[in-house]
Design a protein around this ligand. Structure first.
Ligand SMILES: [Zn+2]
Length: 835
C-alpha cells in the first residue's frame, strides 16, 4: 500500500511539474506575444521552474531581451565580490525611451519644487528580486516578468508601459543566487522528491542567503557598505522610485505575504499616508492572488521599522517600499501544510505580485506621484524651520573613520561641508579635515534625522530587526549640534587623508593607534619582519603627546637599511592614510623609547573558525574586515577540520557566536593549544559554551522573569519584549588597558543584540570595559533587561596555562558599519600578549 502511494506521488509530481513549467502556466492566456522576442526557454535551454536559473544564464537571457526589444535598455552597474555583473533593465514604452533623460529630470524636479504636475508623468517602479540567494522564486519569476513586459502586445500593456518606468533588478544578490542554483540543481532528482528530509532542501553551511562575505544584504540599504548595495542605492537616488518591491521567500508551511506589515511597528518618521497607500496597493495583490486561488495574508507579521531593509528604505525617501514573502519550496517541490508546494507555483505567485504592483502603480499613479511631491514639500518646510541648524561630526585623531561616515552621506546625496576652523564644544575638539558639518536645511533632512537620531521610546516593544542604528555612535565619532556659521566649503570631492612619513629618521618612527587603518599598517610592518613595539604608557616626544598604544619602529638593527625603511614605511603610510612621525632621540618626557614599557609585538597568525556550529554572519563580518579593510590573511578553519589541523601554525584563533560549540575531541585540542600559549578570542554564546566546558569561569548574571497578568494570547509578545534585537549602549573605558588602546574618549558606544550579562569583577582593573549605570543610548530594551545590564561587563579575560581566552559578549563588527568597535577586536589580536 505504502509503495503504491509513493508511486502515485512520484508520478503525479513528475506530471505536475512538466505541465507547470510551460509558459501557459504562468502567463495570461488572452494576450498575444511578439514572436521576435526570445522566450526564456529559447535562451536558457529549459523552462522556467524546471531548473533553478543560474546567474550566468539569467544574464544571458536579459541581454537577449534587451537586444530584441526596444522597450528595454540594459545597464551594467558594476561587479559583485565574485565579479558577477550588477544588471539593471530599464523597461518602458519605446517612445519614453526616446526622451528618458527628460522624464527622469522632470521626475526629480517634482521632488525639488513646490509645484509639479502629475498629469503626464510616468510613475517610477523599482522591482528587485531575491536579495536572499536561497529565496529564488523572485529571480526565476523575473525571467517571465521581463519576457512578458517585452513581448506582450495590445492596448493594456501599451498603456502600462506609457505610464510607467520600470527599473528592473532581476537579481539583487548574484553570488547568492548562483550558489543556491548550484545547490538545488545538483541535488535534483529526475523523479522529484518532496520529502523535506532530502538533501535538496537543507543546504550546507553557510547557505546561499548571503553574499560572498556572508552578509545579509537586505540590512545594508542604509549603511551601503557592500558593492551590490552601492550600485542599487545609486540607481535609487538617480531615479527616486515611487514604489520599490522586494521579492522574498519564507517558511515552507506559510502562504504568501504582502505589506503593510504590523501597523504599530512602523517607524514614526514614516508618514501615515505611506502606509495607507501601501494598503491601497495591497488590494490589487489580493485581487490578483484571489484570481489564481493562492492563499495570502497581510498586516500580521514583518514591519517597516529599520530603514536598512529594502522594503523600508524607500519610506524615508518619499517612496513606498513593499515586501513580498512567498512560502519557499527551497528546492523543486516540497511537502507542506498546504499540500505539495512546487517551485513553479512559488514563481507564479511572485509573477502575479509583480504584475499586481504594476497594475496598482498605473491605476494609482497620480495619487502616488502627488504623495512623493508632498513628502518633499513637507520635508522642505521642516528643513527651512531648521534655519542655520547643523550637525558636526568627527574625530580629531581619526580621519579615516570620519571619512567613511561622510562617504555614506555622499552615497545618500546628503550635502555636507568642511569645517571653517577648529572649535571645541562639551570638551570635544572638532578639527578641520577631521570633521564635517551637515546643514539640516536640505532636501534629505528626514534621512539625516533617520541616520543621526537617538530614540529610546517606542510604540511597540517588538522589532523584526534592530531598533537603533545611530550612525555617529556606530562610528564612535564625536558629534553635536552646531550652526552653519561653522561650515566652510561644501565637500564635493570627498578624499581620504593623505598619509606619509614626516621625514627620514636614523633613530625611530612613531605613530599613534587611533586611526582606523593603524592595524593595517602594523600588520604590514610585522609581516615584513620589521620589529615594532607598543607603548604601554603615555609620553611626550619633542613636545608632542603620544597616547597609550603608540607604535614605535626603531631604525637600527633591522633587516631593512635606513633608506629602505623610510621608503617602505612611507609607502605603507600612504596606503593606510596615516601620518608616521620621524624622531631623532629616544629621550622623552615620560617613558623613553628604550623603556621596558615599550612592549615587543609579534605578527598575529590567525585562524577564524567557520562551518557547522558557528554563526555565518558574524564569521563573514570578520573575514570581510580582515580581507577588504586590513589586508590581514586569516585561515578560515572549518570546525570539521580542527581535529586534523596543525594548530601550532596559529597564535590566535577566533570563535564567533556559537550555540553548540565544538565536538569533544576538538575542544580538547583547542584547550591544549591555549595551554601552550595560544590566544582564543571568543564572542557571545561561545562564552556560555566555554563556561559550560569549564575552559573559562564566567559569572553570568541570572535574569529570572515570570509572567504576571499576561494572557495566553499575549505570551509570545511578552517573551519577545525581553529580546534585545539590536540596541546601542554606553560603556566606560579604562584607557590604560591594552584592549582600549586607540580610543581617545572614556566612553564608548557598543552594539548589543544579546541578553548575556557578566557581573563585574571585584578587582576594578579587571573591568576595563563596563556598562555605565544607565547605559541605554538608543534603541529598545525592556525595563528588566536595562536593570540587568547596568554596571555589568561586556569583556572578560580567562587564563589557561600559558595562554588565554579574550571574551566579548557583544559583536564588535556588526554588519560592516560598526566601525567604532572594530578596534576592540584588533587590540585583542595585536596586543594579546600585553593583556
Ligand atoms: Zn528574504
Amino acid at each position: 500500500m505504502q509503495r503504491i502511494l509513493l508511486l502515485l506521488i512520484l508520478t503525479t509530481t513528475t506530471l505536475f511539474s512538466q505541465s507547470q513549467t510551460e509558459l501557459s502556466y504562468y502567463l495570461p492566456q488572452d494576450v498575444s506575444l511578439n514572436p521576435t522576442i526570445p522566450t526564456p526557454q529559447s535562451v536558457l535551454g529549459h523552462n522556467v521552474g524546471e531548473w533553478h536559473v543560474t546567474h550566468d544564464k539569467l544574464v544571458e537571457y536579459m541581454k537577449a531581451l534587451a537586444n530584441a526589444s526596444d522597450r528595454i535598455t540594459l545597464e551594467d552597474r558594476g561587479k559583485t565580490f565574485e565579479d558577477r555583473p550588477l544588471l539593471l533593465l530599464t523597461i518602458t514604452a519605446s517612445e519614453n525611451h526616446k526622451n528618458l533623460d527628460a522624464i527622469q529630470s522632470a521626475h526629480i524636479k517634482a521632488t525639488e519644487s513646490n509645484s509639479a504636475n502629475a498629469e503626464n508623468r510616468p510613475i517610477v517602479v523599482y522591482q528587485g528580486f531575491s536579495i536572499h540567494g536561497n529565496e529564488p522564486s523572485g529571480s526565476n519569476a523575473a525571467l517571465l516578468v521581463a519576457y512578458y513586459l517585452a513581448a506582450a502586445e495590445g492596448a493594456e500593456i501599451e498603456d502600462l508601459l506609457k505610464n510607467t518606468v520600470i527599473l528592473f533588478d532581476p537579481s539583487l544578490n548574484p553570488d547568492g543566487l548562483q550558489r543556491f542554483a548550484y545547490w538545488a540543481n545538483t541535488n535534483k532528482n529526475i523523479n522529484l522528491n518532496p520529502d523535506p528530509n532530502d538533501r535538496e532542501y537543507s543546504e550546507v553551511w553557510p547557505g546561499a542567503r548571503t553574499n560572498h562575505y556572508w552578509f545579509d544584504m537586505n540590512r545594508d540599504w542604509l549603511p551601503v557598505q557592500l558593492p551590490e548595495s552601492r550600485a542599487r542605492i545609486e540607481t535609487f537616488h538617480n531615479w527616486m522610485p515611487n514604489i520599490l518591491t522586494d521579492h522574498h521567500e519564507m517558511g515552507t508551511n506559510a502562504s504568501f505575504f504582502f505589506q503593510p506589515g504590523i501597523p504599530s511597528r512602523t517607524h514614526p518618521l514614516t508618514p501615515q499616508l505611506n502606509q495607507d497607500l501601501t494598503k491601497g496597493i495591497a488590494t490589487y495583490h489580493a485581487k490578483a492572488l484571489d484570481k489564481i486561488g493562492s492563499l495570502y495574508y497581510s498586516e500580521e507579521s514583518f514591519d517597516d521599522f529599520y530603514y536598512g531593509k529594502g522594503s523600508t528604505f524607500p519610506d524615508i525617501n518619499g517612496g513606498i517600499g513593499i515586501l513580498f514573502e512567498q512560502a519557499s519550496s527551497r528546492g523543486h517541490i516540497q511537502e507542506s501544510e498546504n499540500g505539495l508546494l512546487t517551485f513553479p507555483f512559488t514563481i507564479k505567485n511572485q509573477y502575479t505580485a509583480a504584475f499586481s504592483t504594476l497594475e496598482a502603480a498605473n491605476s494609482m499613479r497620480k495619487d502616488i506621484l502627488e504623495y512623493q511631491h508632498n513628502f518633499y514639500k513637507n520635508a522642505r518646510a521642516e528643513a527651512s524651520k531648521e534655519g542655520k541648524n547643523a550637525i558636526v561630526f568627527g574625530d580629531e585623531k581619526d580621519a579615516a573613520k570620519t571619512y567613511h561616515l561622510a562617504e555614506i552621506l555622499k552615497r545618500h546625496r546628503i550635502t555636507f561641508h568642511d569645517l571653517k576652523s577648529d572649535f571645541s564644544k562639551d570638551g570635544k575638539n572638532y578639527k578641520k579635515g577631521y570633521s564635517y558639518v551637515v546643514p539640516k536645511n536640505q532636501k534629505n533632512t528626514r534621512l539625516i534625522n533617520a541616520m543621526f537620531e537617538k530614540r529610546t521610546t517606542f510604540e511597540d516593544s517588538l522589532f523584526y530587526d534592530i531598533s537603533a542604528w545611530t550612525f555617529p555612535l556606530a562610528f564612535n565619532l564625536d558629534y553635536t549640534e552646531t550652526t552653519t556659521a561653522n561650515a566652510g566649503d561644501e565637500v564635493t570631492d570627498l578624499k581620504q587623508h593623505k598619509g606619509g612619513v614626516s621625514s627620514k629618521s636614523d633613530y625611530a618612527y612613531l605613530f599613534e593607534w587611533h586611526e582606523y587603518y593603524s592595524p593595517k599598517l602594523l600588520n604590514a610592518i610585522l609581516k615584513k619582519g620589521v620589529r615594532a613595539k607598543v607603548a604601554m604608557k603615555r609620553f611626550k616626544a619633542n613636545g608632542t603627546s603620544y597616547d597609550y598604544g603608540t607604535i614605535m619602529i626603531p631604525v637600527k638593527n633591522q633587516e631593512l637599511s635606513t633608506s629602505e625603511m623610510y621608503s617602505f614605511l612611507n609607502e605603507l603610510a600612504q596606503q593606510s592614510h596615516i601620518t608616521i612621525t620621524a624622531v631623532s632621540t629616544g629621550l622623552n618626557d615620560g617613558i623613553d623609547l628604550g623603556s621596558r614599557n615599550f612592549s615587543h609585538l609579534e605578527l598575529p597568525k590567525i585562524a577564524l573558525l567557520v562551518g557547522d556550529g558557528m554563526t555565518s554572519y558574524d564569521a563573514g563580518e570578520i573575514w570581510h574586515l580582515f580581507d577588504t579593510r586590513y589586508d590581514i590573511i586569516a585561515t578560515k578553519l572549518d570546525t570539521k577540520s580542527i581535529s586534523r589541523a596543525d594548530l601550532s601554525r596559529y597564535n590566535t584563533i577566533i570563535m564567533v557566536n556559537s550555540n553548540s560549540g565544538l565536538s569533544e575531541s576538538s575542544t580538547k585540542k583547542l584547550q591544549s593549544w591555549i595551554s601552550n600559549g595560544g590566544t582564543l578570542v571568543a564572542y557571545k554564546n561561545a562564552l556560555k559554551w566555554l563556561n559550560s566546558k569549564k575552559l573559562m569561569t564566567i559569572d553570568f548574571k541570572k535574569n529570572k522573569l515570570t509572567a504576571k497578568n499576561i494572557t495566553y494570547e499575549e505570551r509570545s509578545d511578552f517573551r519577545g519584549a525581553q529580546v534585545i534585537g539590536g540596541a546601542i549602549f554606553e560603556t566606560e573605558l579604562d584607557r590604560s588597558h591594552p584592549i582600549n588602546f586607540g580610543y581617545k574618549n572614556d566612553k564608548l558606544a557598543v552594539f548589543r543584540n544579546s541578553t548575556l550579562f557578566i557581573n563585574e569583577d571585584k578587582n576594578s582593573y579587571n573591568n576595563p570595559i563596563q556598562y555605565t549605570k544607565n547605559p541605554l543610548l538608543s534603541g529598545y530594551i525592556s525595563e528588566q533587561n536595562l536593570d540587568s545590564i547596568s554596571k555589568t561587563v561586556p569583556f572578560k579575560i580567562g587564563k589557561i596555562g600559558r595562554g588565554k581566552i579574550i571574551g566579548f559578549t557583544d559583536n564588535t563588527n556588526f554588519r560592516a558599519f560598526w566601525y567604532g568597535t572594530n578596534k576592540l577586536l584588533m587590540n585583542a589580536i595585536f596586543f594579546r600578549e600585553e593583556m
